[in-house]
Design a protein around this ligand. Structure first.
Ligand SMILES: [Zn+2]
Length: 466
């Protein structure tokens, strides 16, 4: 009896001590983060940083496919009686919160890539709101597995916790996110011996996962509608292939109509806010040197990969975009198959333009290259506009929505190796200040300091349409 009483009193004492310990730890963590935030605000006020002005290299175009804006283009998809749900034309704005700070994440084992992507993903304008609505509206005919549904619901829960617990430090592992990601086929979750992963692959996975869960399956088209769309598409392709290819006025209208038709079909088959908000479209024009046939190929893209054209000289995002649309001559071993009269590989001139820009535009700066033996990193400085990126010079459309964007987040990779480096996230706090999330350490920077820190480390750039 005496031993039982002794054990009971010991257990009660331990519970009491633990309860006080937990309260003290929570209080200590709160004051620690408040102190860091205050210190950063004072530093930001006292230490302005001067950054050299951005350089820009201009690449002259050899083939003038650039279009001047003209009157509204004619849409030729009237025959399609089941065009996809209209997209919202409301301008996207940052959350109307006075303090857009989110909770931080601890990083017990190489999860910095996931921590950084969570901050960048959910700082997208209206992302939480759109995901909340999409989950509520989710159709019972959506074939996503239970594991994927649970994972996306948890993602939204984490996103809300990030917003509601601004001074908290969250633990994604104890919240169960890695476990559910693994159950949703994220093979890159290697816990407990977690390996560093590519943040771009992580972002692509999360966007696809959310799309899989919230997209609305559409009923099959009527044969009449299918036939009308196919006939319209074939007519536009014929008009384009019969054009000169060097005279933009000959194919401007059919190409714009075809681009809109292809994009609308894509949205119809992939109806989700992810497709509407993040998916853009490019068109690649190709002219055969042998028979002169002009052909076009459309592609829907979510993350725009930009090659860096120098390994040591500074460059700008605009100069990388100039290279993106630069005329290329595909000769010798790079010849392309000609589906015209040649029916074999021939030399071609090709050029790529955007034909649709999404409200949220994500760029990947291709800093990592595989040389056959190992992955090497390009740490050349890249200047990017934070206040206004004008995409108009890279768009083939005469009636596109606004082509100007502002930067709202940056995912940066620090270190010389993909497997050993470290990811941090920067998100916009105000027109002139930024938040830096380095796992559980949060700091506030002014914009010049953010640009200075990310000049050689920026890996993913997140822009929103103005
Ligand atoms: Zn040919």
């Amino acid at each position: 009896m005496m031993w039982a009483s002794l054990w009971l009193s010991c257990a009660v004492s331990m519970c009491y001590i633990y309860w006080h310990y937990a309260r003290a730890r929570t209080a200590a963590r709160y004051f620690y983060h408040r102190a860091r935030k205050l210190k950063a605000e004072i530093q930001c006020f006292l230490e302005p940083v001067v950054v050299p002005a951005a350089t820009r290299q201009s690449i002259p175009l050899l083939l003038d496919m650039q279009l001047e804006p003209t009157a509204h283009s004619e849409r030729s998809d009237e025959e399609c009686d089941d065009s996809p749900e209209a997209t919202s034309n409301e301008p996207l704005v940052l959350d109307d919160e006075t303090d857009p700070t989110d909770a931080t994440f601890i990083n017990p084992s190489n999860f910095c890539f996931l921590n950084a992507i969570m901050h960048c993903l959910f700082r997208a304008p209206r992302c939480r709101e759109l995901l909340t609505k999409a989950i509520k509206r989710r159709s019972g005919s959506n074939p996503a597995s239970d594991a994927k549904v649970d994972c996306v619901q948890l993602l939204l829960g984490v996103a809300n916790d990030m917003k509601n617990g601004k001074d908290e430090c969250l633990d994604l592992i104890s919240m169960g996110l890695p476990r559910l990601l693994r159950a949703s086929s994220a093979v890159w979750i290697t816990r407990p011996h977690q390996e560093q992963q590519d943040a771009e692959e992580c972002l692509t996975f999360l966007l696809n996962l959310i799309h899989d869960v919230v997209h609305e399956p559409r009923p099959p088209r009527s044969p009449r509608s299918k036939h009308a769309c196919a006939a319209n598409r074939a007519r536009l392709l014929r008009l384009i292939s019969e054009s000169d290819g060097m005279d933009v006025e000959q194919y401007r209208q059919p190409l714009e109509s075809l681009s809109a038709l292809v994009y609308d079909e894509h949205l119809r088959d992939n109806a989700s806010f992810i497709a509407r908000e993040y998916t853009g479209q490019t068109v690649q024009g190709a002219k055969c040197h042998a028979c002169g046939r002009f052909s076009v190929l459309h592609q829907q893209i979510t993350i725009v990969s930009l090659g860096l054209h120098s390994r040591d000289l500074a460059m700008s995002v605009e100069s990388c975009l100039d290279r993106f649309k630069q005329l290329e001559h595909m000769c010798d071993s790079n010849q392309v198959f000609c589906a015209g009269v040649c029916r074999t590989k021939t030399a071609h001139s090709i050029q790529t333009f955007f034909t649709h820009l999404p409200p949220v535009l994500v760029f990947q700066l291709k800093r990592f290259t595989f040389d056959g033996a190992r992955v090497t990193k390009n740490v050349a400085p890249v200047y990017f506009p934070a206040q206004l990126l004008n995409m108009a010079p890279y768009v083939f459309a005469s009636a596109a929505p606004s082509s100007t964007y502002f930067l709202y987040a940056v995912c940066a990779h620090i270190g010389g190796s993909l497997s050993r480096g470290h990811y941090v996230a920067y998100t916009r706090r105000s027109p002139t200040t930024w938040l830096k999330y380095d796992d559980d350490v949060l700091s506030i920077l002014d914009e010049p300091r953010m640009r200075h820190e990310t000049m050689t480390t920026a890996y993913l750039l997140f822009y929103a349409r103005t």
